[in-house]
Design a protein around this ligand. Structure first.
Ligand code: NAD
Length: 483
C-alpha cells in the first residue's frame, strides 16, 4: 500500500525561533520531507525569523546542515535539497523590539496561506502575537502554531489564552501536542470508530483496566535546570498522557470534525475524578554506575521534582465506571517505549480446564518504537498435547502494512501540513488545555503542601518500588517496559 500525497495550498510559513533546537531537529527537516514527498506546492516558502543576524544564505546553510543531520541518508536528495533551500528565507527579528517587522511584512505575499510557528519560549507568545497584528502581518485568515508548554498551571494557561485571544480567534490558534500527530494515535480513532469490532466492548462491562506508559531512557542532563521547574506531571501527564487518555475514553463524535472531536475530549477531562494521594507515586532517578543522579543533573541537591510519576486515574461517567486508568511516565527508565494497553476482562465462564495458560485479551497500541498495534488473543497450543491454551499476538505493524515506512510522515510533518490545510482536529483547544490544568493543579498543590519527596529509583529500572505496589494492590501488574 503506497500512501497518497495530496498537495496543500501555497503558503508562507514564518518560523519564529527558526535557528532554535526544535526548528533544527524537527520543523525544518520535516518540511523538507514534505517537499520531497511532493506535498508542498513549489511556490510555498518558509521564512526563518530569530534574533541572530543572518543572511538568507547563512540560514540556508543551517537548514542544509539540519537536513544532513536529521533526515535519513536515503532521503537526502541533492536536487530536492537545493530546491527546498530555494524556498527558504530569513529575517532577523527581535520578538520584544521593533527591528525586523517591516522587513517581514514586505516579504509576505498576498493570497497565500499565512502561518506563523511560535517555536520560541512561551513568554514571547504575547509579544509576537501583538506585533504580528500591529504591523498587519497577520490577517483574519492567518494561523499561528504554539508549542508546549502551554502554561504551568491553570492561571498561566488562562493568561496565555487571553494574550493570544486579543489578536487571534480560536479558529486561528493551533496548540501543538505532537503525540496527536503520531500515526498510531490517529489510528486509535480509526480502530475505534471505523470498525464494529471493538466499540461494543469498549466499556466498563468488558474492559478491566487501561495502562498508558511513556518511558524514556534519557535523563534531564543539559536541560536539568529548566526541567526542575516542571517535572513529569507538568511536562508529560497534563498534555501528552492526558490526550492519549482522552482518545481512548471519549464518546464517538458525531463527525470527524475538529470541534466535534474536541468537545468529546473535553467531556472526558471534565469527568476525571480528583486523584487520591495514595494513587500517586512520584520518583526521581538516583545515581547509577558512572551515571549522575537527577539532583546532579538538575543542579538542585534539595530538588523535590519528579522525573517519574505513576497515577491511578478514574473517569466518572457511565462508560468507565470503576475502570482504572494507570498512567506512568519517566526518565532514565530501562527502555524507550510508549504504549497504550487495554486489558479486557476474562470470559464470564471458563470451559477449558487449562488454568495455566489463561490470559486476558489485551489490545496494545505502540507509539514508539515501531508504531503499530497488537491484539493478544488466546488460541490452542498447536500439537497433540490436548486442549492447552496460549496467548499469541495478532500483529499489525505499520512498517509492514505500508510499502515504504520511511514515507510515513512523522508527527511534526503531519501537524504542520494540517495547519496549512486549516484542520484543527489534532490540536488542543483553549478550553481543553484549561480543563487539563484544572484537574492537574490540585494534584500538584497536594504534594507541594505536604512537602512530599519523590522516591529514588535506579537508573535503567522500571521506576520506583511503590509504583509496582500501585498495581499489585489492585491485583494487577504493569506491563514490562521494553522496546
Ligand atoms: P531554543 O532555545 O533552542 O531556540 C529558541 C529560538 O528562539 C532561537 O531561534 C532564538 O533565536 C529565538 N529567540 C529567543 N529570543 C528571541 C527574541 N527575543 N526574538 C526573536 N527570537 C528569539 O529553543 P527550542 O528548544 O527550539 O524551543 C522552542 C520552543 O519549543 C519552546 O517553547 C520549547 O518549550 C518548545 N519545545 C521544544 C522542544 C525541543 O525538543 N527542543 C520540544 C517541545 C517543545
Amino acid at each position: 500500500m503506497v500512501s497518497r500525497v495530496i498537495p496543500v495550498d501555497v503558503f508562507d510559513l514564518v518560523i519564529f525561533g527558526g535557528t532554535g533546537d526544535l526548528a533544527r531537529r524537527k520543523i525544518l527537516p520535516g518540511l523538507y520531507r514534505r517537499f520531497l514527498a511532493g506535498q508542498m506546492v513549489p511556490e510555498s516558502r518558509m521564512i526563518g525569523a530569530a534574533r541572530a543576524d543572518l543572511t538568507d544564505e547563512a540560514f540556508r546553510q543551517q537548514v542544509r546542515e539540519a537536513i544532513a543531520e536529521f533526515v535519513p541518508k536515503a532521503r537526502q536528495d541533492d536536487a530536492a535539497i537545493e530546491g527546498f533551500l530555494g524556498r527558504i528565507h530569513y529575517v532577523s527579528i527581535d520578538a520584544t523590539g521593533t527591528g525586523g517587522w517591516a522587513a517581514l511584512k514586505a516579504l509576505m505575499r498576498e493570497n497565500v496561506v499565512r502561518a506563523f510557528y511560535f517555536s520560541v519560549a512561551p513568554s514571547l507568545f504575547g509579544d509576537i502575537a501583538q506585533r504580528l497584528s500591529e504591523h498587519q502581518i497577520a490577517d483574519a485568515w492567518s494561523r499561528i502554531v504554539v508549542e508546549k508548554p502551554f502554561g504551568r498551571d491553570l492561571a498561566s494557561a488562562k493568561a496565555l489564552n487571553e494574550v493570544l485571544a486579543k489578536h487571534f480567534n480560536e479558529t486561528q490558534i493551533y496548540r501543538i501536542d505532537h503525540y496527536l500527530g503520531k500515526e498510531t494515535v490517529q489510528n486509535l480513532m480509526a480502530v475505534r470508530f471505523a470498525n464494529i469490532l471493538f466499540e461494543p466492548l469498549w466499556k466498563a462491562e468488558y474492559i478491566d483496566h487501561v495502562q498508558i506508559t511513556v518511558a524514556e531512557t534519557v535523563g534531564v542532563d543539559g536541560r536539568g535546570a529548566y526541567y526542575d521547574k516542571s517535572g513529569a506531571m507538568r511536562d508529560m501527564v497534563q498534555n501528552h498522557l492526558m490526550q492519549l487518555l482522552c482518545l481512548i475514553a471519549m464518546e464517538p463524535p458525531y463527525h470527524f470534525d475538529p470541534d466535534a472531536v474536541r468537545d468529546e475530549k473535553l467531556k472526558v477531562i471534565r469527568a476525571l475524578k480528583p486523584v487520591k494521594t495514595e494513587d500517586i507515586v512520584r520518583g526521581q532517578y538516583g545515581a547509577g554506575r558512572g551515571e549522575k543522579s537527577y539532583v546532579v543533573h538538575s543542579e538542585n541537591p534539595a530538588s523535590k521534582t519528579e522525573s517519574y510519576i505513576a497515577l491511578k486515574v478514574q473517569i466518572s461517567n457511565w462508560r468507565w465506571q470503576g475502570v482504572p486508568f494507570y498512567l506512568r511516565t519517566g526518565k532514565r527508565l530501562r527502555a524507550r517505549a510508549s504504549e497504550i494497553a487495554i486489558t479486557f476482562k476474562q470470559p464470564p465462564h471458563a470451559i477449558f480446564d487449562d488454568a495455566s495458560g489463561w490470559h486476558e485479551n489485551v489490545l496494545v497500541i505502540r507509539l514508539q518504537p515501531n508504531e503499530g498495534m497488537n491484539l493478544m488473543v488466546m488460541i490452542k497450543e498447536p500439537g497433540p498435547g490436548g486442549m492447552r491454551l496460549m496467548q499469541v499476538p495478532l500483529d499489525m505493524s505499520f512498517a509492514d502494512a505500508i510499502d515504504d515506512a520511511e514515507d510515513v510522515p512523522d508527527a511534526y510533518e503531519r501537524l504542520i501540513m494540517d495547519v496549512i490545510r486549516g484542520n484543527q482536529t489534532l490540536f488542543m483547544r483553549g478550553d481543553e488545555v484549561e480543563a487539563a490544568w484544572a484537574w492537574t493543579d490540585p494534584i500538584i498543590e497536594g504534594w507541594e503542601a505536604r512537602g512530599d519527596r519523590p522516591q529514588t529509583y535506579d537508573p535503567g529500572s522500571s521506576g520506583p518500588e511503590d509504583a509496582l505496589m500501585l498495581m499489585h494492590r489492585d491485583g494487577r501488574r504493569w506491563r514490562e517496559i521494553r522496546e
